[in-house]
Every structure is written in C-alpha cells, then in structure tokens.
Design a protein around this ligand. Structure first.
Ligand code: PLP
Ligand code: COI
Length: 340
C-alpha cells in the first residue's frame, strides 16, 4: 500500500500501524504469541486494570541506521525494568525472552513504518501489560494481557533539539516517598496530568518535581529524568521516587567516556543557581535541553542557558547517543539489537 508520511514533521503521537503483538497469561502460564490487526481490546468491565490500576508499560525505540539496518536500543534493559514494575504492583512479570521476541516481531511486521535514516524520527515501541481478571475486592488479577504496539514518532518536546522552559510547582506531587515512582505504572501518569496541564497552560514544557518527602531535592522532569551540568560535572538526582531511566543510564556512561565526572546524588533545588546546563532525558525526550527553570511558588528563576541555545555538553551527549542508535559509531557496549 502506498503511504505518504511526512517523516520529518511527525509529532509524538499515535499513528496507526499494521499489526500489534499480543500474549495472554492464563492458567498460570503465558500462551502463544498472537499477531493482531485490531487496535482495540475487549476486556471485562470489572478488570483490575480498569478499577485498581493494574497496568504497566514500557517505552523504547527502533531506528533505521546509516547502513540501512534496523536497531532497537537497549531492548533487554526495558525487559528487565518491566519485571520490576510488575513485581511492584503484583502483576505477572513478562519473561525477558518473551518480551524481546514480541518487540522484534512487532518491529519486523511494521517495518514500513520505521522512519528513514536522517529523518530524525523513530519507531516508538510501547509494551503494555494489563490485569484482566474481574475483581470488586481490591486484589490482584490472575490473568493478564501483554501487548506490543508500535507507532512512528517525532520529538516529544516541540521543535526538537531546542531549549524549552520548565517549572517547579510545590503544591503538586506525582508520587509518594515510598510509592510507585520507581515503576512505570499508569497511575503515576494520571497523577501528573493536573500539574502537567497547568504547566502547559503557563507555557512550560514540563514540571520538574521535587522529592515528595522534604521538597528540598530535585526528583524528575515530567515523563523524563533530569540532569544538570555543574562545574563541568554531570549531576543527576538519586531518588527512590523516580523511574530509573535507561537513557540517563546510557548518558552517564557516555559522559564518563568523554571524561566528564558523573554524580548521582541528592541535588538541592538551590544548586540550580550554579549549573550551566540542564536537560530532561528519556526515550521520548532523548535529551531535551532546558533554558530556564521557574520555581513558581518562590518566584526564583534559574537560567540554564546564556544564549538560548542547547549547551555544549548536552549537544555532545545528544549527538553521541544518536550516533550509536543510528549505527554511525561502533556500539562498544552492545546496546543495540539488530533486527534481521
Ligand atoms: N521518568 C519517567 C517518569 C518516564 O516516564 C520516563 C520514560 O520512560 C523516564 C523517566 C525516562 O526513562 P527511559 O530513559 O528509560 O525512557
Ligand atoms: C518514554 O520516554 O518512553 C515515556 O514513556 C514517556 C511517555 C510517558 C511519553
């Protein structure tokens, strides 16, 4: 079928593709892998996913490389993180091999939706698991559905690799101190909608959350981790209430390889005054440079860019990460899975 997609101007949104891949856990075991052409699901109205938030997801990307090959970035890490999320809210963990096989199948079958090399776009892979069993009492399900859907996407923040401003709003938390923040579960995102909406209305691209216990330290940035450059060092929050970002983990490795010292620690809000760069990092965000951070309730404005342009360290990291994902530089850590 002929298809005309404006690859260079794709938003970060849902674009229908040909197939999704499904697998159900019933009677204590995962069943066969199924290929579906339907973009709807038919589930019981009392399913635990609908009533009690037994839902988790993942996010990773596939790229068309400079050599024409298809690469999925850090497939195994996402599989491992899903298992942590599943244990966190008593869902059935998806075996790593099953996760990988289903992702690869989804990418292969939807190959025509993988954006071409050089377009700046990618194929976003969204694994989703939901509890199916009907429950009225608050109790976990014993039947689950795992789906891999894929959709071609452009940049998460408008304009691509450009500075945007973010804000701190002290009367909003997205998670509790020992809550679900370290897992990728839908409830965290529902809890962030109100603050996110308010921030967008005020012209900010995201909310920078503080630690929910003391409100002293930086946590994470909407649907992404946060890092800053201070005295030439890469500093990023250490916290139990943030998602362990695979992009952040990769950037820390790349930064060290560039001779940049990395510190993962508590970062007091006021330290932002001494930082020369900052960025939101994640699969969707890649590393999105931040121009200014406004602490709405205190009125403090932290300026993270002097000339309105992405800083040198973030630019270097962004380019290094992309070069690996696109097969332009050797993948010395084996982060890519080549889909054949
Ligand atoms: N933090 C949150 C809340 C996220 O939703 C994401 C997105 O996945 C991240 C951080 C970044 O994680 P990753 O780099 O693994 O995509
Ligand atoms: C991702 O970066 O993969 C995410 O999951 C962010 C998403 C919630 C938009």
């Amino acid at each position: 079928m002929d298809m005309q997609i404006d690859w260079a101007n794709l938003p970060f949104g849902y674009f229908p593709t040909d197939y999704n891949i499904r697998c159900e856990f019933r009677d204590g075991k995962w069943g066969p892998i199924e290929v579906s052409q339907s973009d709807t699901i038919n589930i019981h109205m009392a399913a635990t996913s609908l009533h009690y938030g037994q839902e988790l997801f993942e996010g990773l990307k596939a790229f068309r490389g400079v050599d024409g090959k298809i690469r999925i970035f850090r497939l195994e890490e996402n599989a491992k993180r899903l298992i942590e999320s599943a244990k966190g809210i008593l869902m059935e963990p998806v075996p790593i091999e099953l996760f990988k096989e289903m992702c690869i199948k989804a990418v292969k079958l939807n190959e025509r939706f993988i954006p071409p090399y050089g377009s700046g776009a990618s194929l976003y892979i969204r694994p989703l698991e939901i509890g199916l069993s009907p429950r009225i009492g608050v109790k976990e399900a014993d039947e689950y559905l795992f789906i891999i859907m894929v959709t071609p996407v452009g940049p998460y923040f408008k304009g691509g690799f450009k500075n945007t401003n973010i804000c701190i709003m002290r009367d909003f938390d997205r998670v509790a101190p020992h809550g679900t923040g370290r897992w990728k579960v839908g409830g965290n995102y529902a809890a962030s909608l109100g603050a996110g909406h308010k921030a967008h209305e005020m012209g900010y691209s995201a909310v920078l959350y503080l630690d929910p216990k003391e409100k002293k330290y930086l946590d994470e940035c909407g649907p992404a981790n946060f890092y800053a450059i201070k005295d030439g060092k890469y500093i990023t929050p250490k916290s139990d209430s943030i998602l362990p970002s695979i992009t952040n983990m990769s950037l820390m490795t790349l930064a060290r390889d560039m001779g940049i010292e990395v510190e993962q620690r508590h970062i007091a809000v006021e330290e932002l005054a001494d930082c020369s760069e900052a960025a939101a990092c994640g699969t969707a965000a890649v590393c999105s440079p931040i121009g200014e951070i406004d602490d709405i309730d205190t009125g403090t404005k932290y300026i993270l860019s002097k000339d309105g342009k992405p800083g040198p360290v973030t630019t270097k990291l962004y380019n290094a990460l992309n070069a690996i994902r696109l097969g332009e530089t050797p993948d010395i850590y084996g982060w890519n899975t080549i889909v054949e």
